[in-house]
Design a binder for this molecule. Structure first.
Ligand SMILES: *[C@@H]1O[C@H](CO)[C@@H](O)[C@H](O)[C@H]1NC(C)=O
Ligand SMILES: *[C@@H]1O[C@H](CO)[C@@H](O)[C@H](O)[C@H]1NC(C)=O
Ligand SMILES: *[C@@H]1O[C@H](CO)[C@@H](O)[C@H](O)[C@H]1NC(C)=O
Ligand SMILES: *[C@@H]1O[C@H](CO)[C@@H](O)[C@H](O)[C@H]1NC(C)=O
Ligand SMILES: *[C@@H]1O[C@H](CO)[C@@H](O)[C@H](O)[C@H]1NC(C)=O
Length: 389
């Protein structure tokens, strides 16, 4: 009783009576800093009749399940609202649209399952910073949020925190309606890949934080997407990178990119012998790639393939000889038939040779090569026939 009396007395002493009386139930109001605090009071709704001087409203650790369009009436001068850890599950249409001066909105540590497409729209796009860290309930909430970002007219947004939301996948073009975004925090999620188009439309990005995700590798399209962002700060540390030959493109990119990277934190998680090794400047040999350009290695490969070719040809030859051996009777008959046939042909050629070498046929004598050719024509069947005898 006594303590209560002292408190009332101090209260009257320390602040002008009209301001203290104006403060909503469960809150503390500070006229000097223009701040209203309603911390861990099990409030079920956003308190009404917040004093007109308030610019910062902190409502955290309560049990507010829903944000509705009438939640913030008469707060048009408020610039900062912190609504973290209130178990908020639902944001209705135009929840914040009376807050025409709102620049900073912290919704972190909630369980948003239902986000209306126009939940975030505020006339004049005053919002500059939105914190949705650990606030999305599941993947449905992410698709809802994507729609809300598109419909919200958040052209003035500079900073967006989506960390700690178990995100495994980002819808393509998710941020394309945030053209002025400068800082995007996606840390502590479960992202495994970046695709072409993931970060499209963001032309003013300065910081992209992808630390503490589930990236094992960045493939060529992902690297292209990151390179498109230009010379911005990109944080890629604390991901479980697999340092096999496949990561070669990523290492090359780390070696050469114009982006400002946290290369010291980009380290291998596997295989065992490379654990904790810095990815940048890893040699291609270290990550187990065959080196194609080194001459000695190339020669050895070539020699090996020649030896192999020789073995194959030898084997084919042996099979051929074996088949010949098995058919030796048939072959003999065939050769005799050939010889007889040859003899007839030989006769014909002999006759032609005599005509061809006739000096009266001027154009052929002029061309000695052709004569030789003709002679060879004559000779070769003859040789074959002699051989077969
Ligand atoms: C907001 O500020 C304007 C100008 O300072 C003032 O006229 C108005 O009454 C304030 N609104 C509230 C709800 O206090
Ligand atoms: C968002 O809120 C979380 C938790 O309240 C905090 O740790 C984090 O720093 C905030 N993000 C930004 C960008 O300030
Ligand atoms: C997300 O949660 C909501 C509400 O509990 C539920 O209706 C929806 O089916 C869930 N979505 C997924 C993908 O689990
Ligand atoms: C990562 O996010 C989970 C929930 O999504 C949270 O419990 C954990 O504290 C976060 N870790 C860090 C280091 O922020
Ligand atoms: C990265 O650079 C280092 C030397 O700075 C070089 O040894 C290594 O082969 C390069 N890695 C790739 C994949 O380009």
């Amino acid at each position: 009783m006594c303590i209560f009396a002292v408190r009332v007395f101090l209260g009257i002493l320390l602040c002008a009576p009209y301001q203290c009386l104006e403060c909503p139930f469960g809150c503390e109001c500070f006229a000097v800093t223009r701040t209203v605090k309603c911390v861990s009071k099990d409030l079920l709704t956003v308190p009404q009749s917040v004093p007109g001087y308030a610019r910062t409203v902190i409502i955290t650790g309560n049990n507010i399940h829903q944000i509705a369009p009438d939640s913030f009436t008469e707060m048009e001068n408020v610039t900062n609202i912190i609504l973290s850890n209130n178990r908020i599950t639902e944001m209705a249409s135009h929840s914040f649209s009376v807050l025409i001066n709102l620049r900073f909105l912290d919704l972190s540590g909630n369980q948003l399952a239902l986000i209306h497409p126009e939940a975030l729209s505020i006339p004049g796009s005053p919002l500059q910073e939105l914190n949705l860290s650990r606030s999305l309930y599941n993947f449905t909430a992410l698709t809802d949020l994507t729609t809300a970002l598109r419909w919200g007219g958040l052209g003035g947004l500079l900073r967006l925190d989506l960390s700690g939301n178990h995100l495994a996948l980002l819808p393509p073009g998710m941020f394309s309606h945030l053209p002025n975004l400068q800082q995007l925090f996606l840390t502590n999620n479960s992202l495994v890949a970046v695709y072409s188009g993931t970060f499209s439309g963001m032309n003013h990005l300065e910081v992209l934080d992808l630390t503490q995700n589930a990236f094992r590798i960045f493939r060529a399209d992902a690297l292209q997407e990151l390179e498109k962002l230009g010379n911005i700060h990109i944080h890629l540390g604390n991901n479980p990178y697999t340092c096999s030959c496949e990561i070669h493109n990523f290492v090359t990119w780390l070696n050469e990119s114009r982006a400002l990277l946290d290369v010291d934190a980009v380290r291998c998680a596997s295989p065992g012998e490379l654990t904790e090794a810095r990815l940048q400047r890893l040699s291609v040999q270290a990550i187990g790639c065959v080196v194609p350009v080194q001459a000695g290695v190339a020669d050895l490969t070539l020699q090996t393939s020649y030896v192999f070719l020789g073995l194959v040809l030898g084997f084919v030859g042996m099979v051929f000889l074996f088949v010949l051996y098995l058919n030796r009777k048939g072959m003999k008959n065939w050769i005799i038939e050939m010889r007889d046939a040859c003899r007839d042909v030989m006769e014909g050629y002999h006759y032609r040779y005599e005509i061809d070498s006739d000096p009266r046929l001027g154009h052929i004598t002029a061309n000695k090569d052709q004569v030789t050719l003709n002679v060879r024509h004559v000779m070769s069947p003859g040789l074959l026939c002699n051989f077969s005898k």
